[in-house]
Design a protein around this ligand. Structure first.
Ligand code: 5AD
Ligand code: SF4
Length: 438
């Protein structure tokens, strides 16, 4: 029996799909090369913006055709879109061919649902509330050098535009010893990069084996010191209001933690930040960047910015452009505000028209493209530490990632995947770096 998993959305979903794959493989399923070969198709969904939902609904149209060709095909739909209020009913009405619907809070039950579906029953079960983090699920990790490790789930911030607190529930942290045990085991298995995952990692609030409180700075420090071997510990995502001096010090002091921070600003306008319920001002945000640069002048910063939030004026948008210019992001994820059912911003009566939002989006992208190119060009001539993650024998090209997460290509006679090497950057093409192995 063969399976396919189609994943939409963030790294949390990517990692949860590894757990779904683990559950399937424990039951003897193997990955299918093509959708049309699969006996089970799982669609792990996202609902952060409307375009994610539209793509998923489009894909379900395609899956319907597969189901017409193979009546025994089992179709499962899970994840954030399925977790939304009333979504299971809407999905059932629109796509009656789906066999299994479940949400984010009952992912651990997937195996039992699969057994029922194999016995010919339909399953639609979405738990309204989160429970304690599920431990001990099998995980079929993706190939490569990076392994994901959950440290906390959920979000309590309720930014007014965001569905995450509604579909992922309240914050809960895993025990620190479980996190550290996972990291040790993954390093023993040969992974070279560990990414700590949470919707808001800086709010991590766990306990150690003796029941003592452990904050994120302490967890990160311990995560970076579980083994004497060389490895990288990354983490995502951070909220600026919780990004403490202590965390900055740990990053700066730990050779295993790359000097690279993803810190979403969302906007550069205090008025809009307040309406978004972000709980910081543009000056607070820039103060965090200054604190990072003071200890780590070469730190790479990436971020998320949204345009077209309800009530955003041209002046607000210019504040955002000023913030982007002053931070100089190595990488910026740019979004157009998307109205999400059930959020506070969805009922604001000053929604921005699409043409204005699109125009601002394009101006933001243009600014960031030129900053990104300048930063990439400034890397030429520098020697960077690179973790190799792929090799093509035919072209003798190795691929790796720099500390700040940039892809770099270089020639090597042998495969170096999983090794740390030094590469001298020689040129930039399409925002990718190219270099020579030292
Ligand atoms: N519309 C557009 N972008 C959004 N994001 C979250 N919610 C929305 C929304 N309703 C963006 C934020 C967040 C990133 C993961 O997605 O910038 O940081
Ligand atoms: Fe959404 Fe805000 Fe929580 Fe991030 S911090 S997941 S944007 S509510």
């Amino acid at each position: 029996m063969l399976y396919r998993i189609v994943t939409y959305g963030c790294q949390m979903n990517v990692h949860e799909s590894e757990k779904l794959a683990g559950i399937l493989e424990l039951r003897g399923f193997l990955p299918a090369e093509r959708d049309s070969d699969a006996d089970v198709i799982v669609i792990n969904t996202c609902c952060i913006r409307e375009n994610a939902e539209n793509r998923i609904l489009g894909n379900l149209g395609f899956v319907k055709k597969l189901k017409e060709e193979n009546r025994n095909l089992i179709v499962a739909v899970c994840g954030c879109m399925a977790q939304q209020d009333g979504a299971a009913e809407r999905l059932k009405a629109r796509c009656p061919f789906i066999n299994i619907i479940f949400g984010t809070h009952n992912l651990a039950e997937f195996g039992a649902y699969l057994d029922k579906a194999m016995a010919g029953k339909k399953v639609s079960e979405v738990w309204p509330q989160e429970g304690e983090p599920a431990e001990g699920l099998p995980v079929k990790r993706g190939e490569g050098v990076n392994a994901w490790v959950n440290i906390m789930y959920g979000c309590d911030n309720f930014c007014t535009y965001c569905v995450v607190p509604y579909v992922r529930g309240r914050e809960r942290s895993r025990k620190s010893e479980l996190v550290l045990d996972d990291i040790k085991r993954l390093l023993d298995e040969g992974f070279k990069e560990i990414t700590l995952l949470g919707q808001n990692v800086n709010s991590y609030s766990g306990t150690d084996a003796d029941g003592n409180y452990v904050n994120f700075a302490s967890l990160l420090e311990q995560a970076a010191n579980v083994s004497a071997q060389k490895y990288r510990v990354r983490f995502t995502t951070s909220h600026p209001k919780d990004f403490s001096d202590e965390v900055i010090r740990v990053i700066s002091d730990s050779p295993n933690v790359p000097e690279f921070i993803h810190l979403p600003a969302q906007s550069g306008s205090d008025r809009i930040l307040k309406a978004m319920n972000r709980k910081y001002t543009a000056a607070d945000y820039l103060g965090r960047i200054d604190a990072i640069k003071k200890l780590m002048p070469d730190a790479g910063i990436s971020g998320d910015i949204m345009v077209g939030f309800p009530g955003e004026t041209e002046e607000d948008f210019l504040d955002t452009l000023r913030l982007v210019e002053s931070v100089r992001y190595i990488n910026l994820f740019t979004f157009i505000y998307s109205k999400r059912r059930g959020t506070v911003a969805a009922s604001m009566d000053n929604q921005i028209d699409r043409i204005t939002a699109l125009g601002r989006f394009q101006r933001l992208v243009n600014l960031q493209t030129s900053i990104g190119l300048e930063l990439a060009a400034a890397a030429v001539g520098k020697t960077l530490e690179v973790l190799c993650d792929a090799y093509t024998a035919k072209t003798r090209l190795s691929r790796g990632k720099t500390a700040s997460g940039k892809i770099i290509w270089f020639k090597s006679d042998t495969e170096l995947t999983g090794q740390f090497v030094n590469v001298n950057v020689t040129h930039v093409k399409n925002s990718n770096l190219y270099g020579e192995l030292i």
